[in-house]
Design a protein around this ligand. Structure first.
Ligand SMILES: NC(=O)c1ccc[n+]([C@@H]2O[C@H](COP(=O)([O-])OP(=O)(O)OC[C@H]3O[C@@H](n4cnc5c(N)ncnc54)[C@H](O)[C@@H]3O)[C@@H](O)[C@H]2O)c1
Length: 442
C-alpha cells in the first residue's frame, strides 16, 4: 500500500510524520484535475481586471468642490465641475507619487499638499479650500507677513500640519503637490529687505530676491526628489510698466532691472525661469500662475497695497492716500476667484504661465469712490507724489485661462469689497492687536 493512502486512513500515522504527508499531498492535490492551470488563469484574469480599472479612471464622476470657505466672513462659493478627477490626473499623466493602485470600488486617497506661505493672505484661503475637499495639508511659513490667526481654525484637525520654517533653508517632506506662495507680496514688505526678497529671508539687512530664487530652488529640488507637482505663484509684476495693454502671457514685459521694485519683479522672473528649467531639463511637473492684484479678508492691514490702504484709512477716518494723479489703473480680483484659478491650474494639464486676475479695470480714483460708497461717503482723498516705477496700467488678458482652465472671475468689486470691509472693521476695532503687521503704509 502506498504511504499516502495509509496516511489518509490512519490518524496515528499522520501524527508521526505530518510534514512529509503535507507537502506530498499538497503537490498531488495541486496537479490533479488541472488545478494548477485554473489557478494561473485566475491570477491572469485578476491582473487584467486590475489594469482595466486603472486605464479607465474617468468613469468616476468629476469632483465637486462645493464646501463653503470658513472664516473671514461670507465667501463666494464656486464649483470645480470641469476639473479632472485627481486620481485620473495622477494615473493618466504618469504622475503616480505613491505607487499604489486604487482597487475597484475604493475611494481615491486624499492628496498630501504642501502650501508654502500658507498662513498669509492668499495661502490661508487656499488652505481652507484644500482642507474642505479632504486633502492633508502642510503649511510651511516663517510668519514674516503671515499670521497664525489665519489658520488657527485648522490647528486641531489631524489632516493639518504647521511648520515654522524659512524656505531659504532646504526641507524634506513627502507630498503630492506643492503650492509655492512663500514670498512677501506687498511693496512695504518686499522693499524691507530686497536681497532677501530675491533670495529669501535669511540675512536681515537685505530681503526679497532670496525668497524668490533660493526659496523657489529649494522647493523645486523638493518636487524633483519626491516627484511632486509644483505650482509657482508668480505675479503681474513680471510685465513691469507694460507697453502692451491688456497684458497677454506671451508679452515679455518692461521691467526696470535696477529699480526699487526689481527685487520683487526680477525675483519672480527668475523664479519663473527656474521653474521652466526644472520642467524642461528634469521633467518636473510644473504650473505657473501670474497673479494680478487680489484683495479680500485676511490681507495685512497696513501693507501698502492700494485696496487694503484705502479700506483701512477710510475705516479709521483718515484720508485715503492716492499716489500721483490717481489715473493709473489696476484690476482687482477677489481672493476666492484666485484660489479657484490656482486649484484649476494645479489639477489641469497645462503648464502656463496663466494670467489670473479680474479684467475689470479701475483708476485709483474710481477705486477710492467705490470705497467711499462702501464705507464712508465723506472719506477724504489726499494726493502724494507717485512712487518709483509705479506701473501706469495693469489689466490681464485672461483668454488663455478661460479656454484652457475653464476659469474666469465671478465676484465683482462691489460684492467683494464689503466682505473685506467687514473683516477689516472687526480687526481694526477689536481690542486684539495684530502682531508683526504694524509697518505703516507708504
Ligand atoms: N495678493 C496679491 O495681490 C498677489 C499678486 C501677485 C502675486 N502674489 C503672490 O502670491 C503669493 C502670496 O501672496 P499674499 O498676498 O498672500 O502675500 P502674504 O504676504 O500675505 O503671504 C506670503 C506668506 O509667505 C510667508 N513667507 C514669506 N517669506 C517666506 C520665507 N522665506 N519662508 C517661509 N515663508 C515665507 C509670509 O510669512 C506669508 O505668510 C506671493 O508669492 C505673491 O508674490 C500675490
Amino acid at each position: 500500500m502506498r504511504p499516502e493512502t495509509t496516511i489518509q486512513n490512519d490518524d496515528a500515522h499522520v501524527m508521526i510524520n505530518p510534514k512529509r504527508f503535507s507537502i506530498r499531498d499538497s503537490m498531488r492535490y495541486m496537479f490533479q484535475e488541472q488545478r494548477l492551470l485554473f489557478l494561473l488563469v485566475g491570477i491572469a484574469i485578476a491582473a487584467l481586471v486590475s489594469n482595466v480599472v486603472v486605464v479607465f479612471p474617468s468613469r468616476s464622476p468629476p469632483l465637486q468642490y462645493s464646501e463653503p470657505i470658513t472664516g473671514g466672513g461670507s465667501f463666494h462659493v464656486a464649483e470645480l465641475t470641469s476639473v479632472p478627477r485627481r486620481i485620473a490626473y495622477e494615473l493618466h499623466s504618469g504622475h503616480v507619487n505613491t505607487g499604489v493602485r486604487i482597487p475597484l470600488g475604493l475611494k481615491p486617497k486624499s492628496l498630501r499638499v504642501l502650501v508654502t506661505g500658507g498662513s498669509g493672505f492668499v495661502g490661508s484661503h487656499l488652505v481652507d479650500r484644500l482642507m474642505a475637499r479632504g486633502d492633508s495639508v502642510i503649511v510651511v511659513d516663517n510668519f514674516f507677513t503671515g499670521r497664525k490667526e489665519n489658520i488657527l481654525h485648522h490647528l486641531r484637525n489631524p489632516r493639518f500640519e504647521l511648520i515654522r520654517h524659512d524656505v531659504v533653508e532646504p526641507l524634506l517632506l513627502e507630498v503630492d503637490q506643492i503650492y509655492h506662495l512663500a514670498c512677501p507680496a506687498s511693496p512695504v514688505h518686499y522693499k524691507y529687505n530686497p536681497v532677501k526678497t530675491i533670495i529669501s529671508f535669511k540675512a536681515f539687512f537685505f530681503t526679497d530676491h532670496k525668497t524668490n530664487v533660493v526659496g523657489t530652488l529649494n522647493m523645486l529640488g523638493l518636487a524633483k526628489r519626491i516627484n511632486a507637482r509644483f505650482l509657482l505663484t508668480s505675479t503681474s509684476e513680471v510685465y513691469g510698466d507694460p507697453l502692451e495693454h491688456p497684458q497677454v502671457e506671451t508679452y515679455w514685459g518692461n521691467v526696470n532691472p535696477i529699480g526699487v521694485r526689481s527685487c520683487y519683479d526680477e525675483g519672480k522672473r527668475v523664479a519663473e525661469t527656474l521653474t521652466m528649467d526644472y520642467h524642461r531639463g528634469l521633467n518636473i511637473e510644473v504650473r505657473i500662475a501670474r497673479i494680478f492684484n487680489t484683495y479680500g479678508p485676511r490681507m495685512c492691514l497696513d501693507d501698502g497695497r492700494v485696496v487694503s490702504n484705502f479700506v483701512a484709512q477710510a475705516l479709521r477716518k483718515e484720508p485715503m492716500t492716492v499716489y500721483g494723479d490717481g489715473k493709473q489703473t489696476r484690476s482687482f480680483q477677489y481672493v476666492s476667484d484666485l484660489v479657484e484659478g490656482l486649484m484649476r491650474l494645479m489639477e489641469g494639464e497645462h503648464v502656463g504661465p496663466f494670467n489670473l486676475g479680474n479684467p475689470g479695470e479701475f483708476t485709483m480714483l474710481e477705486l477710492a469712490k467705490v470705497v467711499q460708497d462702501t464705507i464712508d461717503p465723506n472719506a477724504k482723498i489726499e494726493f502724494r507724489p507717485n512712487t518709483e516705477d509705479d506701473p501706469h496700467k495693469r489689466k490681464p488678458d485672461i483668454t488663455r485661462a478661460k479656454e484652457l482652465l475653464g476659469w474666469q472671475p465671478m465676484v465683482p468689486l462691489h460684492e467683494g469689497l464689503p466682505m473685506m470691509v467687514s473683516d477689516f472693521r472687526q480687526r481694526i476695532f477689536s481690542h486684539h492687536r495684530e502682531g508683526g503687521n504694524t509697518i505703516s503704509s507708504v
